[in-house]
Structures are given as C-alpha cells and as structure tokens.
Design a protein around this ligand. Structure first.
Ligand code: ACO
Length: 325
C-alpha cells in the first residue's frame, strides 16, 4: 500500500460576520451566555447568492495552488457536507464542473461534523490502493440554510465555511491511522426531520419548522466527550503512538467546554490544541477542515509534526485520524 499524505490545504470563509451582539437583537440571548456556554463570539454567513459548492471551490483552488497541481490532476473529489447545494446531484459534481476537474470521480459524504475525517479516510483508501493518484477532500457547509433563526438553543451555535485538502502519495509519514465509527442508536438527538423520504417537504412541514436542525444539546454534550476520547484513543492505538507523541490536536469546534473536557481526559502533555471556535462557531465538517488548514497556514504545524484530528457529530458519528505532516 502507498503512503498517503496532504499535499496542499486551503480555506474560505464567507465575508458576512454575525456577532453575539447581533444575535442579542434576534433572539432572547446574551453575549455572556453564548461566550461562557460555548466559547463562540462570532460566525461567518454566506451571501444570498452563495451555496456550499461556491465555498468549496474557493477553498479547493487555494489547496490546489498550495499543492502545485492543476484541476485536471485530480481523479477524486469528495465533499463532506450535510448542506449540499441540492439533494441531488452531489455537490462534488458542481465543484468538479466549476474547477474544470474533468478526470475526477465525484461524490459527497454525509457524516456531519466528522465528515472531513470520514472523507480523508475514504480518499486515503483510494490512493493507497492505487485506484486514484490525487484526491480533493473538502469539508464545506452552509449551516445557516438549515438553522432556525428563531430557536435560541441552536441558532447561536452554527456558521458557514469550507476547508480543503489535496491528498496524494508521499514518501514519509502521511496518514498514520484513521478510525471511523457510529452509534446509530442516537440518530434522534441531532437531525433535520423533514425534506427526506421519511417526511417529504409539504406546507405542513414548513409551517411546523421541520426543515431546521433539531438538537438535544445536553444529551449530545454528554456523549460527545466520551465519543471523542474513545475515537482519539483508538486512532492512537492503530498508529502505535502515545498521547505524548502528538504535537497538534485539531478537535471538532462545537463547544469549548467539550474540547477542554476531551483534552483533560486524554491527558495530552506536549500537544498544542488549535481553536477557531471563537471566530467561526460550529461549521460541522468545515470545522476540523478549516482548523487543520489554519494550524498549517498560520499556527505553525511543521514538517514531521504529528497531528490528531478528532470529531463527533449527528449520527452520532465519530472519527479520528493521525497525520504526520
Ligand atoms: N441564550 C440564553 N439562554 C439559553 C440559550 C441561549 N442561546 N440557549 C439555551 N438557553 C437556556 C435554556 O433554555 C436553559 O434555560 P433553563 O435552565 O431556564 O431551562 C439554560 O439556558 C441551559 O440550557 P442547556 O441546554 O442545559 O445549556 P447547556 O449548558 O447544555 O448548553 C449547548 C447548550 C451549548 C447547546 C450545549 O449543550 C452543547 O454544546 N451541546 C453539544 C452541541 C454539539 O456539540 N452538537 C454536535 C455537533 S452539531 C452537528 O453535528 C451539525
């Protein structure tokens, strides 16, 4: 099997910023509540003419430039998203067309906040087996399109954005392990009820606000911590590494209290934790993606560093991957 690593990274955040002060004017909330309960200060939101593929393409162009590859060099595009441009075809098809990546296999992955880690794990298999040479993986979300702006328990949490990575064969390091899991008994804790085959769109589903994210936040919180700890421990075991070997932790950015609890339980000593929750909120699959991109671009991940990505999300899915940069 070939070694597979990251050749280039890129990100895009839409221009509009919604602050906690702005939210105070929309629902019964306060900057103090949002900051202390979640760690979020502001989030980016798309313009009316921007969809998920538009964000993904901008992040992808940056990643391709960084990798010094052309769109035609891609033979696989995976978009991790729960907010596709349309239910079908896959958002990856729109991205392929806009990039001009005419040689790429295209599909989307629906694994919510663990989507980017799922997509990295899948792309790795395609390249390691020799089926593909270069893959584009993007975590891209327009969560504002499925956020109920009248529900204070969820609308303060989410934002829009995209993070991309180009993967290919490397001589040393690369993806050392990839653990993906799911606890399907918890699907009812976090989901969007309508718009699928179970409850097709109708006037009734619209009137009942069933096309928005529904979340039992407290329940999810309790499971999230152990889920991320177990995922990280499994990925470490698979890679034959210990906590002390990790230089960077890139956790899913859902809640600062979850991240703190996970770091404490794992007992990392040398690792730096990269955070961007304060400025972007929870962007589902785009959270780990943009955090990894920023840690590489600005935060100082150096060649040879060992990086742990770990996430959980609706499903409830979980995933952890260890990458030697
Ligand atoms: N502003 C002010 N008060 C609020 C707000 C708000 N925005 N939202 C809720 N409250 C109130 C509640 O009504 C409640 O009031 P009460 O005690 O009078 O009933 C009180 O605050 C406490 O509510 P909790 O829900 O218990 O607050 P908690 O501390 O659990 O924080 C939160 C809520 C932030 C949602 C937290 O539970 C959380 O982060 N959960 C995990 C979310 C997550 O990680 N989701 C997974 C990823 S998302 C994806 O996959 C798409």
């Amino acid at each position: 099997m070939k070694k597979v690593g990251i050749l280039g990274v890129g990100k895009y955040l839409p221009k509009k910023i919604l602050t906690n002060a702005d939210l105070e004017k929309m629902v019964d909330t306060s900057d103090e509540w949002i900051t202390t309960r979640t760690g979020i200060k502001e989030r980016h939101l798309v313009a009316p003419d921007e969809a998920t593929s538009d964000l993904a393409v901008k992040a992808a162009r940056q990643a391709l430039e960084h990798a010094q590859l052309k769109p035609e060099d891609l033979d696989l595009i995976i978009i991790a998203t729960i907010t596709p441009d349309v239910p079908f075809p896959a958002t990856a098809c729109f991205v392929q067309n806009k990039l001009g990546a005419k040689n790429a296999i295209c599909f989307d992955i629906s694994a919510a906040c663990a989507g980017f880690i799922y997509a990295l794990g899948i792309a790795k298999q395609f390249i390691a087996s020799g089926t593909c040479r270069n893959a584009l993986v993007v975590g891209a979300e327009v969560l504002s399109s499925i956020t109920d702006w009248k529900d204070r328990s969820t609308c303060v949490l989410f934002g829009d954005g995209a993070g991309a990575a180009v993967l290919g064969e490397v001589e040393k390091g690369g993806i050392l392990s990839s653990y993906l899991g799911c606890e399907g008994q918890y699907t009812n804790l976090l989901y969007m009820p309508a718009g699928g085959s179970r409850m097709p769109a109708s006037q009734k589903t619209i009137d009942e606000r069933q096309h928005f994210i529904k979340m039992a936040g407290n329940e999810v919180f309790k499971i999230a911590v152990m889920s991320m700890v177990e995922a990280a421990q499994t990925a470490l075991k698979q890679a034959g590494l210990k906590c002390a070997d990790i230089n960077w932790i890139i956790p899913h950015q859902a809640n600062l209290r979850i991240i703190d609890a996970v770091a404490k339980r794992l007992g990392f000593v040398n690792a730096k934790i990269y955070l961007n929750i304060e400025k972007y909120g929870n962007m589902s699959s785009a959270s780990t993606a943009t955090a990894m991109v920023e840690a590489a671009q600005e935060g100082g991940i150096k060649k040879g560093d060992i990086v742990l990505l770990v996430a959980f999300g609706a499903g409830l899915v979980r995933g952890a991957t260890i990458i030697q940069w």
